[in-house]
Ligand binder design. Structure first.
Ligand SMILES: NC(=O)c1ccc[n+]([C@@H]2O[C@H](COP(=O)([O-])OP(=O)(O)OC[C@H]3O[C@@H](n4cnc5c(N)ncnc54)[C@H](O)[C@@H]3O)[C@@H](O)[C@H]2O)c1
Length: 356
């Protein structure tokens, strides 16, 4: 991609895990790469510029929910492309801190758009990091082949230890066939971001590329944020020689996708944005891994005791999550390169290097 193609890029939340990986990949190709980030204390151990943020990035420390910030930033920056990453990301936390999640994820998005409106700027495109959380439990299939949307597992169901929906198996989620039914406040706010940005770009003849990301992990993820990133949490426990506790019966599944593959997907989409309108893609590894399996890989790497299943649960947790990446591969010419085994090793090496 050439500087001319990317132009001036504004990245909200661009000092975080995904933002830093994108800056390394794309900032050198942008005319300007301007990051707006509050350096959230839950994510950033110190309120200073992350070392992983590319040198070419200009960092503005500020909160996306504040209109004055946007008036100040957009007086100086006329973005061609906006990459919207800023978010409160604690899925479980969002149940007890719903307003905080809604304020940043929903109002933060609308304040950005209102700021663009006041400045008279219509970027040619937006990229949004949406989430698998918009699918909730997705669709399941009964023994007779019919499918249904089960909704959320109830507290009573958890108490009974009935982890799955009886007599049914989960279907792989996909943009084309799965109706979004978020089961967390976080998921609902990510879906709201999709709808808000879609409405705005359609009304302004701009373009929006939405990537629904599965569980992203790898070097650069926050090691202090205990509300997200179980892979980094498990890694730290195993490195201390502890047995990793695994919830429910250990057979919750997730699609773990390595950060380099996610950065590649953003890069591929940035290079193939439509002139106008909205496109949505699922981004994952395409492989469902149980939590017990990934905990086992991490324990093996460190020679730690085997993980143990606790039977505990978290209200609002989704039982199975995986996506169909074939349409994304076809449309973007992108393909994930990292297996879970290789990715887990890559993360452990990075964590060890941080400690030394
Ligand atoms: N990491 C994943 O597994 C994953 C999966 C699906 C979707 N996503 C989405 O990707 C995006 C980036 O996630 P990440 O993993 O890099 O998380 P992250 O927490 O590392 O990065 C988010 C960044 O946003 C900043 N931020 C938070 N509140 C802000 C505010 N009010 N104003 C300005 N900046 C603020 C934080 O300081 C942080 O640097 C988020 O929108 C998230 O919902 C992530």
């Amino acid at each position: 991609m050439t500087r001319q193609q990317l132009g001036t890029v504004l990245v909200t939340g661009g000092a975080g895990f995904i933002g830093c990986a994108l800056s390394e990949r794309l900032a050198p190709d942008a005319a300007r790469w301007v990051v707006v980030d509050s350096l959230h204390p839950q994510v950033h151990a110190t309120q200073s510029r992350p070392a992983a943020l590319a040198d070419a990035a200009e960092l503005v420390v500020g909160d996306v929910t504040e209109p004055e910030l946007w008036d100040r930033v957009l007086a100086d920056v006329r973005p061609d492309l906006v990459i919207h990453l800023a978010a409160e990301t604690g899925t479980a936390q969002s149940l007890s801190e719903a307003s905080r999640h809604a304020r940043v994820n929903v109002v933060g998005t609308t304040e950005l758009l209102d700021g663009l409106g006041r400045a008279g700027i219509v970027p040619s495109g937006f990229l949004l990091s949406s989430s698998r959380a918009v699918y909730g439990e997705g669709s399941w299939q009964r023994a007779d082949g019919t499918s249904f949307v089960p909704g959320q597992r109830s507290h009573a169901q958890f108490e009974r230890g009935q982890w799955d929906f009886e007599g049914a198996t989960p279907l792989t989620s996909s943009v084309a066939s799965t109706w979004p039914t978020p089961t967390s406040v976080y998921g609902a706010t990510k879906l709201a971001q999709e709808h808000i940005l879609s409405a705005w770009v359609d009304a302004h003849d701009s373009a929006l590329g939405i990537l629904r990301l599965q569980n992203v992990y790898g070097p650069g993820q926050s090691l202090i944020n205990s509300y997200t990133g179980i892979v980094s949490l498990f890694s730290q426990w195993a490195a201390e020689g502890r047995s990793i506790p695994v919830y429910e019966d250990g057979r919750i599944t997730r699609d773990f996708v390595y950060i380099d593959d996610v950065a590649d997907a953003f890069t591929a989409l940035a290079g193939r944005m439509p002139r106008a309108g909205v496109v949505r893609y699922d981004v994952g590894s395409g492989v469902a891994t149980t939590i017990l399996e990934i905990a086992g890989h991490i324990a093996d790497y460190h020679g730690a005791p085997a993980p143990h299943v606790t039977g505990q649960y978290r209200d609002g947790d989704v039982r199975h999550a995986a996506c169909d990446i074939r349409p994304t591969i076809e449309a973007l010419g992108w393909e994930p390169q990292w297996s879970v085994e290789r990715g887990v090793a890559g993360l452990q090496e990075w964590i060890a290097a941080q400690a030394s």
